[in-house]
Write a protein that binds this ligand. Structure first.
Ligand code: M6R
Length: 619
């Protein structure tokens, strides 16, 4: 939530910052702003409500020269999304400009203290408190910017990633983080000196350098135009930066000919999942190799239960993981909304394994949930997509999805990547615990290997959804139903539709309908039923009958060759046959396409739906 970009070096900063903001726009798009110090030592701040393109248009005639600058794209938390509340914020003297990602919890008391000391505020934001506090520290302690930031942050409660520049010292960019991500890119300018890039993630940096430093919590960095980089903690103890090489390519951040990132990411799923299982699933030896498990085998063999913490789509994949692990490993698994878990005094034992599932690896609630589990001595395992993310670094072990960057706000390939990773994890534990027969284990390994090809088939055979989706743009509500492994798919299908088309949708276990929700069904109500010819097929057929007799419109996801449910349905999407436990990996695809095409038909901004941001770094 909120994206930060920064640059100091010998190049013009503006094009780097604007391009960076475009790359980070998925993190928030309520407003955007930029601060630059030009060659004459003028510090200019430009900001605009709305998207980065609005900012670009508004500065078209302005002086955007300068080789140092910071920029921000905002997802509003405090104060309405207007230009005044947009970042960067000036300090009172206009000598400092600061951008911030996170929430300052004690901003009210800090603001009162600063106001008592004669400081006047221009905005309603918690962020302005930070920049005023830093300047107040500079004046009251007669110290430089770096020390003032240290002093200021000692008084701050909350989460932050900040970048700050100073008019009177245009050769230095200072940044700090706690709870919100910040990455420093180390490049080389023409004269061979280091130049520095800053980003909330690697996407604004990778075009210029692959050498990065992930700032740790409570670290402050000063980047000097001469190439000097200094990092300390809040107590001024020097920290040794670790240079890491990014595993990210620029073309992964482009739409590649697709109209939206979401559609590109839906179509990427077969290949993304091939990459995810590569080297981990060995069909020849019939083996599953997850180094994160192998290295900590005892933890998984000795634990009495697994707790999975996640939010949103990741929570849905976690639920599928629960069903799989419980079935394959005979091990109890609890799935928790991280936001609830962290505040309700849950029982956590030192012999619990707590798994965090998160695409971004930055979700504030999920991060806090595992921090709580750590305090109770549990073993922490992370399933993240973003390499080097906070959750990946806070856990004892883990597995990356390796599905490539997901940029569309609606999660698609991360969902299937998470499901398949949880299946791999379940298989790896089952193998160690010997809870599956060899025959069953081999069969599950073989079938998992087939899934990317079956996904490809599903995509190719459901292209018609674009024409079909038009018919549903008038709908105000949708119901999604599934049983067993497909209940979480129903939840996921409903979430996808809600978040990008803004049509109200609910997912239910199919048999729960008669306990209340069936009262909603009439001839206006589309009911999407996931009805593969597997497991509880007959029961689902009965559930469809119940809806049909109330005149609901049935949209079904059926197994290739099934004419019964097809015959009962108004519309059907076909998927290939697979084991029950892997059906979600295929059944979710038509639901992703359905929500995508309904949203497009309604003229929605699919990649950047209203009120949302990709990475929820505030609670
Ligand atoms: O990065 P995470 O997986 O931790 O994010 C969790 C949710 O915020 C995320 O899945 C959200 O629900 C998506 N917008 C769903 O498409």
């Amino acid at each position: 939530m909120c994206g930060i970009v920064g640059y100091i070096g010998t190049q013009e900063a503006y094009p780097i910052l604007i391009k960076g903001l475009h790359r980070l726009e998925y993190r928030g798009y309520d407003s955007a702003g930029i601060a630059l110090i030009n060659g004459k030592g003028t510090l200019s701040v430009y900001k605009e409500k709305g998207k980065v393109s609005a900012l670009e248009a508004s500065v078209a005639e302005s002086d955007t020269s300068g080789t140092i600058g910071i920029a921000h794209t905002r997802w509003a938390t405090h104060g309405e999304p207007n230009a005044t509340n947009a970042h960067p914020h000036y300090s009172q003297s206009k000598n400092l400009a600061l951008v911030h990602n996170g929430i300052i919890e004690n901003y009210k008391s800090l603001r009162t203290m600063l106001e008592k000391n004669g400081i006047t505020f221009c905005s309603d934001t918690d962020t302005e408190v930070l920049v005023q506090l830093v300047e107040y520290m500079q004046h009251s302690h007669n110290c430089d910017l770096f020390t003032a930031v240290q002093l200021a942050l000692k008084n701050v409660i909350g989460a932050y990633a900040i970048a700050i520049i100073e008019k009177t010292h245009p050769d230095r960019l200072v940044c700090a983080r706690k709870g919100s991500p910040l990455i420093i890119g180390v490049g080389k300018s023409d004269n061979g000196r280091a130049e520095f890039y800053l980003g909330s993630d690697a996407t604004p940096i990778v075009e210029y350098t692959k050498q990065v430093i992930y700032l740790n919590d409570e670290e402050i960095a000063s980047m000097d135009r001469s190439g000097k980089l200094e990092i300390t903690n809040l107590s001024n103890v020097k920290q040794t930066p670790q240079l890491v090489t990014l595993q990210l390519d620029l073309d992964q951040l482009e739409k590649g000919g697709f109209p939206h990132f979401m559609l590109k990411e839906i179509w990427e799923q077969p290949n993304a999942l091939r990459t995810c299982i590569r080297g981990r699933l060995n069909v020849v030896e019939k083996d599953v190799l997850l180094s994160g498990i192998i290295d900590h085998k005892e933890k998984f063999l000795n634990c009495k239960r697994i707790i999975i913490c996640a939010c949103g789509t990741s929570w849905h994949s976690a639920l599928i993981g629960k069903y799989f692990i419980e079935e394959a490993c005979q091990l109890p698994v609890e799935v928790e909304y991280a936001s609830e878990f962290r505040y309700r005094n849950p029982v956590i034992h030192p012999d619990d394994v707590v798994i965090a599932v998160s695409q971004s690896g930055e979700t504030a609630d999920t991060l806090a949930a595992i921090q709580l589990a750590k305090e109770h001595g549990a073993f922490l395992y992370g399933i993240c997509n973003v390499i080097g993310s906070s959750i990946a670094r806070a856990t004892d072990s883990g597995t990356y999805l390796h599905v490539g960057p997901e940029i569309g706000v609606a999660s698609t390939k991360a969902f299937t990547g998470q499901v398949i990773t949880l299946c791999l994890l379940g298989l790896a534990i089952a193998k160690e615990k010997k809870t599956l027969s060899d025959e069953m284990f081999h069969m599950l390994v073989d079938e998992l290997q087939q899934i990317p090809d079956k996904m490809q088939w599903t995509l190719e055979n459901n292209k018609h959804i674009d024409q079909f989706a038009q018919m549903f743009t008038y709908c105000k509500n949708f119901i999604y139903l599934g049983r067993g492994y497909n209940y979480p798919v129903a939840l996921e299908g409903a979430l996808k539709l809600k978040e990008i088309s803004y049509i109200h949708a609910e997912g239910y276990p199919a048999a729960e309908m008669k306990h209340g929700p069936i009262a909603l069904v009439d001839e206006e109500m589309p009911v999407v039923v996931i009805a593969p010819k597997r497991g509880m097929y007959d029961k689902v057929v009965s559930n469809i009958q119940e809806i049909k007799s109330r005149k609901g419109k049935i949209i079904s996801v059926v197994t290739k060759g099934d004419s019964v449910v097809r015959g009962m349905s108004d519309y059907s999407f076909v998927i290939p046959d697979t084991r029950d436990c892997y059906v979600p990996l295929l059944a979710v695809i038509p639901l992703q396409l359905l929500s995508y095409y309904v949203a497009v038909a309604k003229g929605r901004n699919v990649d950047q739906p209203r009120n949302l941001a990709k990475s929820v770094t505030v609670e």
